[in-house]
Design a protein around this ligand. Structure first.
Ligand SMILES: Cc1cc2nc3c(=O)[nH]c(=O)nc-3n(C[C@H](O)[C@H](O)[C@H](O)COP(=O)(O)O)c2cc1C
Length: 359
């Protein structure tokens, strides 16, 4: 398989384990991912959620948790490729990035908004900036702005399509009416846009599709059109090493196609999750937030359907039935628990078959 280079390090397989908050992709999952030959990503979305005084000091506990999780990965995998996913829509984004710039990680990847100023915080740091986009237009804006202002281009660009898990980069109206492009089309469009910057600045920017990629044959399809790697998240939830609760993992294993639904979110964009007691009762007024740690710059705080930190935290902490169980659209294809290595090995073997078939 083609190797993926990030921050001058080589990943054995061109696969990034996607960042998953809250508490789904922490050190245990990243360690297993790196040991299986792929890239690990820790999520910076409220990793301190289960710490004792989280509600009175979310930022302090989250930074403490991030330092602990990164250290745990580095103890086991000193030279593997490790990154942190930090959402641009989050409160205190600047403080998280300033802190992460000094950590032993290889990249910071930001989506949920356009991280136009991410490189500003990484001047003099060995940590590289990367971005998640859902359109070629967004990729162009980031490349142009970063090059013009900071003289850097993204270390890589993740193209997140309509089948991804968590928050989607498409409006509810577009998702409901089917007015969106599939991941293959989006990836091709981003590749065309990115090529202009690669040619002008004599460099290469890996383009990495994500969302609904569940088999090696699909990886082969995306590599064939010019992608440098793929990002996969949901497939790694139902693994022994994933940091999610067993209840969360079981919900993924047991999900049928009709159980995977779109839900509104205080972020203002639709999210994809598994239908459960919580999503069935979802209506403004039914789930009044019990506390607020001011997690999102974009949250209206009033008249929101629920508190995203509280409900994602519930799910990852073990009460999956009454929490928000984010999941990609293809979770229904997962029907058993496995180790991360088993998942990666299966993807690689299937990829090789896929390549052979397409010759
Ligand atoms: C449980 C879950 C939580 C996620 N949390 C985040 C997050 O905090 N930030 C983010 O940028 N993307 C998040 N994502 C998106 C993933 O990183 C990934 O790009 C996407 O889910 C890929 O699609 P797949 O799950 O079908 O493989 C999340 C996805 C899932 C399934």
């Amino acid at each position: 398989m083609k190797k993926l280079i990030i921050n001058n390090k080589e990943s054995r397989y061109p696969i990034i384990q996607g960042g998953m908050g809250i508490g789904i992709s922490l050190s245990k999952l990243s360690i297993a991912a790196i040991k299986a030959g792929i890239v690990g990503t820790i999520s910076a979305a409220q990793p301190g959620f289960l710490y004792a005084n989280f509600r009175s000091d979310a930022l302090g506990n989250n930074l403490k948790a991030l330092a602990k999780e990164i250290k745990a990965v580095r103890k086991e995998c000193p030279s593997g490729i490790l990154g942190v996913n930090c959402m641009y829509a989050g409160t205190n984004y600047d403080k998280y990035i300033e802190f992460l710039a000094k950590q032993d990680i290889d990249f910071i990847v930001s989506g949920a908004g356009l991280p136009v100023d991410l490189p500003k915080y990484l001047v003099g740091s060995k940590v590289k900036p990367a971005v998640i986009v859902s359109s070629a237009k967004a990729a162009k804006i980031i490349c142009k702005k970063w090059m013009r202002t900071y003289k850097v281009l993204p270390e890589f660009i993740v193209v997140e399509g309509p089948l991804a898990g968590g928050h989607l980069g498409f409006s509810k109206e577009d998702m409901m009416s089917g007015n969106y492009k599939d991941l293959e089309t989006l990836t091709e469009e981003v590749l065309i846009e990115v090529k202009k910057f690669e040619d002008e600045f004599k460099t290469s920017i890996p383009v990495i599709p994500a969302g609904g990629i569940n088999s090696g044959r699909e990886i082969a399809k995306f590599m064939k059109i010019g992608s440098s790697a793929v990002q996969i998240a949901t497939r790694f939830i139902a693994t022994t090493e994933c940091d999610a609760s067993d209840e969360y993992k079981l919900m993924i294993v047991n999900a049928k196609e009709e159980d995977i639904v779109l839900v509104p979110s205080p972020v203002g964009l639709p999210g994809r999750a598994i239908r459960n007691t919580f999503t069935k009762a979802l209506k403004v007024g039914n789930f009044k937030p019990r506390f607020c740690v001011d997690c999102l710059r974009v949250c209206a705080k009033k008249d929101i359907p629920y508190c995203i930190t509280e409900k994602l935290g519930n799910a990852s902490g073990g009460d999956a039935e009454n929490g928000l169980v984010f999941s990609g659209a293809k979770a229904y294809l997962i029907d058993k628990m496995a180790t991360v290595k088993e998942v990666v090995d299966e993807l690689v073997v299937d990829y090789l078959y896929g390549l052979r078939e397409s010759k």
